[in-house]
Design a protein around this ligand. Sequence first.
Ligand SMILES: *Cc1c(COP(=O)(O)O)cnc(C)c1O
Length: 370
Amino acid sequence: MLSCPYSTWLEIDLEAIRSNIHCLQTITSRPVMAVIKANAYGHGQVEVARAAAEAGAAFLCVARIEEAAALRHGGITLPVLVTGSCLPEQIPEAVEYGISLTVHDPDLTEAYNMMARGLNQPLRVHAKLDSGMGRLGVFPEEGLPFIRQIKESKHLLLEGMFTHMARGDEPGVDTTDWQLDRFTKLVEAVEASGLRPQWVHAANSATAIYFPRARFDIIRPGIAIFGLDPSDEAPLPPGFRPALIWKARIGAIKTLPAGHGVGYNYRYISSGNERFAVVSVGYADGFRRRMNNTVLVGGRRVPVVGGVCMDQCVARINDIPEARVGDEVILLGAQGSSTITAEDLARTWETNNYEVVCGLAARVPRVYYG
Ligand SMILES: *Cc1c(COP(=O)(O)O)cnc(C)c1O
């Protein structure tokens, strides 16, 4: 389908991303705030932001103001919320680009208000409540005076209030309901005081799918947009599909005699006359330096042997006589009847699929279609 003149590259299906967002809108009957922090979980933030806008996303969400500014530089005009903390010195940038910031404590709120005073436009903010995550935010029990403080800050415009679930991807545990009870109680008190902002939000991907009461005004999914399961216990329902394929090429093929070492420190010794493909991908691309990696060659899964080097690795292809220099090798994705998923890679690397895709290096070109 695509002919890419690269050593290693990612192919990203923007139609899959649009379709996954439509799935979320259908399942939850809510607008979507697309979480595209960390370069859209490795998928490329400007391109994904455009696809999200086409799919009808109402808002974008990133972790840092640097990411939000890069979206504006890329021509993205959708509202953007920064959920991480931000220095008062960065307020002029937020106001200039019309970026919404998170306020998560009373002193910071006052500092933001003072910074915004000197500028001509108000600063848009969302109030962060810590309903049980143990990270950023004010406890719900102290939430009402906090919301009132923001409302009374002349140079701040309160657009939203939100919280985040610690265990939304474990649908069986009861702490999510406990968190939602605390947050909901505050939302009701805020409403009763006439202070309710436009956007109340609480649900990441798993929470949006598995806890209908967490959906409030808008959902805040990240991983589901990319067609990846929030966890083994909270898989995506049918209809979602992964958007990313990771490929590399065979740079050389060689046969080594019995007893010959392969690569640094000879972590593999060939037994008999064995055939190997030198593959143009390494740990500097995000292909981790582990001993149990596999890749797809000629539609079949083969072991990577020896240590993964910075820019190359070596696959044993005794059973793939048809392999040729220049052939595509799949690190993540399907070839023939075989597939390596992000979840498979996560098991191999003893991590989760989030870290797998976020770890794809900037050096690897992203190619878009769909
Ligand atoms: C990352 C993040 C999300 C998205 O989480 P997923 O599990 O990827 O859906 C939502 N909200 C906040 C505050 C986040 O940091």
